[in-house]
Design a protein around this ligand. Structure first.
Ligand code: FMN
Length: 82
């Protein structure tokens, strides 16, 4: 089962598939594809996110990145685990 962006990307990079469909993970997180794009730094200015708050995420994301932090806060989980 494909759950993470890394796994989906690896399948594509290894030429094991031309296209990835996500079913159960999209039920869990309907924004899975948007999060995957953000994870790989492809989100740009969040122009494809819901416009009600995409503009705000762009501002917030810029501020976090300036501090060396990511939007998903994964580096904080890392620190807590160490
Ligand atoms: C809510 C739900 C409904 C589904 N309905 C169908 C269906 O009607 N016909 C079908 O062939 N597969 C159906 N499936 C199976 C999905 O096609 C299958 O789980 C998917 O291809 C596997 O991808 P995943 O590992 O990302 O969930 C359904 C899956 C879910 C979660």
């Amino acid at each position: 089962m494909i759950r993470t962006p890394e796994f989906a990307e690896r399948i594509l990079q290894d030429d094991r598939a031309d296209l990835i469909f996500i079913a159960r993970q999209m039920l869990f997180n309907p924004f899975w594809a948007l999060h995957a794009a953000e994870h790989f730094g492809l989100t740009g200015e969040f122009e494809n996110w819901p416009e009600q708050y995409g503009w705000w995420l762009a501002k917030w994301g810029g501020a976090l990145r300036a501090k060396g932090e990511s939007l998903d806060g994964s580096e904080k989980y890392q620190e807590a685990a160490e």
